[in-house]
Design a protein around this ligand. Structure first.
Ligand code: HEC
Length: 146
């Protein structure tokens, strides 16, 4: 084997390596950029999906399962139910005495500002939801045969 052949051979191998490496740069950049892209999109538009919005804003304290009272009462079948009457839950006197039935409009107003709908209620700490699209998505989810 002459040294000259070996050099050609080595050059060819280096060339192949460089080509392969160059090829992988855009791929690596894509992989690095992808999660940032996804996160940026999530920050721009809030979840329109009611289940996700419910999980983000309500699920810490509420379950949708019948009889599953946590820090807050179960919200199973809440649309059309008389306020403050869920069995097995100790409501504040404010909610017990509210005297109305939960409609979708009442629910939307309540999750925007609980104090404005039932003064003296005990749904705390809860800051209220300023985004209308998110409120509507949650109310639709609450009414979806749950
Ligand atoms: C920090 C805990 C907490 C969070 C978060 C929370 N709640 Fe509540 N919620 C409560 C508590 C506690 C009560 C009972 C208040 C009372 O007795 O005055 C309540 C009561 C309610 C009621 C009245 C139920 C009935 O049977 O009359 C509704 C409706 C309700 N919450 C909906 C929601 C929705 C929808 C969200 C999310 C957008 C939410 N809550 C977020 C704790 C919470």
């Amino acid at each position: 084997m002459s040294p000259r052949v070996a050099t050609v051979d080595t050059n060819a191998r280096i060339g192949k390596f460089v080509r392969r490496f160059a090829f992988s740069i855009p791929l690596a950049l894509f992989i690095l950029a992808a999660p940032h892209h996804a996160r940026a999109q999530g920050a721009v538009s809030p979840p329109a999906d009611g289940q996700t919005a419910f999980n983000n804003s309500c699920r810490t304290c509420h379950s949708m399962d019948a009889g599953d009272n946590r820090l807050g009462p179960s919200l199973h079948g809440i649309v059309g139910k008389k306020a403050g009457t869920t069995e097995g839950y100790q409501f504040s006197s404010a909610l017990k005495g509210a005297g109305f039935e939960w409609t979708k409009d009442k629910l939307a107003a309540f999750i925007e500002s609980p104090e404005a709908v039932v003064p003296g209620n005990n749904m705390k700490p809860y800051a209220g939801l300023t985004d209308k699209a998110t409120r509507d998505a949650i109310v639709a989810f609450l009414g979806d045969g749950n």
